[in-house]
Design a protein around this ligand. Structure first.
Ligand code: NDP
Ligand code: MG
Length: 385
């Protein structure tokens, strides 16, 4: 029986992780769950799974949630804020923490979980983007496994199994291309939030959906892959694959390319991470090769989708530059979602921040938290009017 906490249980990944657990009750026990503000959804989760801890990170939602249990007996704890997240991420009774909160809010709780020796099912890619060096070192020191949930990284992780890591020559990270694949800069000038939120193959949270439209998501994934699989950026290539069936590939020194294919359903990489090194019974539809008409591949257009290029640059510069890129992007995406800036402004803002703020080569957690405040404040003040 594996005991787990899910940080961000009410989100897209959290909901699908719960579905995986629902189908495999005898192997998993849910001990801790969190939401930011969606107290109604968290209440349903608590009623169904009966965890020992529930956390809300937004004050009003926390008070509302506590209100549900006024004058009622309850046999679980309700905690508040980042402190609450840190507690459920590192409980002595759990084996694994699923990190499926949004953005940089995942960084500190993931570090706490690693320090407590918990294996991580890592969905929150921003944690590795901003703190890759710190987090991977800490995981090694604490003998903690970082098991990717992101479909591309799960694919690479699976393609590397059974082979010598040093024989891997290139990682081929696939990308759907998002809703604006093939469009020119001019065509992207006036695209709306609604258009950007219409992803052709995946249903995800809003932030990552916008990142998929700008290709920043792929950029963040390149940096994530660099830290997870310890290969230089020159050996990590992005391949656009609109069908989203090949989830990524590894090319070996003899020219063999090993790919992982499956239907477009995040429950598989989630299930794989939760069960690793075992495999569970399929919770997703099986591929039918007779009905799959064709699989296509193309080169990404990094001139139109500049965010991908900027992410490669930030990764190669290293130090705190990926944190600067990530924080500028997180704030810019929020401004786009609230109709304060245009679509193409997102990458312009990221570039401006990368030019304006100097990165530090060596850094600690406090430097990353300072960057988060400073960059987000700068972007909000300058562009959020
Ligand atoms: P969602 O927006 O759907 O869910 C985010 C979760 O985090 C929710 O539970 C939300 O609570 C909570 N949350 C939001 N803001 C905060 C905050 N400031 N502090 C603490 N908790 C917060 O996101 P996704 O599930 O799509 O993505 C989660 C992570 O997984 C991201 O890092 C993303 O990049 C990664 N990922 C997602 C994939 C997907 O298919 N969705 C694929 C690969 C990676 P509430 O519901 O109350 O708002
Ligand atoms: Mg992905």
């Amino acid at each position: 029986m594996r005991k787990i906490s899910i940080l961000g249980a009410t989100g897209s990944i959290g909901t699908q992780a719960l579905d995986v657990l629902r189908k495999d009750r005898e192997n998993f026990q849910l001990v801790g769950v969190s939401a930011n503000s969606n107290s109604e959804k968290l209440l349903k989760i608590v009623e169904e799974f009966k965890p020992s801890y529930a956390v809300l990170t937004e004050r009003e939602a926390y008070l509302k949630f506590k209100g549900y249990f006024k004058n009622k007996n309850r046999n679980f704890k309700i905690l508040f804020g980042t402190e609450g997240l840190n507690i459920i991420a590192s409980l002595p009774e759990i084996d694994m923490t699923v990190t499926s909160v949004m953005g940089m809010s995942g960084l500190v709780p993931t570090i706490k979980a690693i320090e407590a020796g918990k294996d991580i099912a890592l969905a929150n890619k921003e944690t590795l983007v901003v703190g890759g060096k710190l987090v991977t070192k800490l995981a090694e020191e604490n003998n903690v496994k970082l098991i990717p949930v992101d479909s591309e990284h799960s694919a690479i992780f699976q393609c590397l199994r059974g082979n010598k890591h040093s024989d891997a020559e290139r990682l081929l990270v696939t990308a759907s291309g998002g809703p604006f694949r093939g469009k020119s800069k001019e065509e992207l000038l006036n695209v709306t939030v609604q258009q950007a939120l219409k992803h052709p193959s995946w249903h995800m949270g809003e932030k990552i959906t916008i990142d998929s439209a700008t290709l920043m998501n792929k950029g963040l994934e390149v940096i994530e892959a660099h830290w997870l699989f310890d290969l230089p950026y020159e050996k990590i290539k992005v391949v656009v694959h609109p069908e989203s069936i090949v989830h990524s590939m590894v090319e070996y020194k003899d020219g063999s390319v090993i790919a992982q294919l499956a239907s477009t359903d995040m429950r598989l990489p989630i299930q794989y991470a939760l069960n690793y090194p075992k495999r569970g019974k399929a919770v997703v539809d099986r591929l039918d090769f007779y009905s799959l008409k064709k699989l296509t591949f193309e080169k990404p257009d990094m001139n139109t989708f500049r965010s991908l290029k900027l992410a490669y640059e930030a990764g190669k510069i290293g130090g705190t530059m990926p944190a600067i890129l990530n924080c500028a992007n997180e704030e810019a995406v929020q401004l786009f979602l609230s109709n304060k800036i245009k679509f193409l402004d997102i990458s312009n803002i990221v570039e401006e921040c990368m030019n304006k703020f100097s990165p530090k080569d060596n850094f600690e957690l406090k430097d990353l938290l300072y960057i988060e405040i400073k960059i987000k404040e700068y972007v909000k003040t300058k562009f959020g009017k």
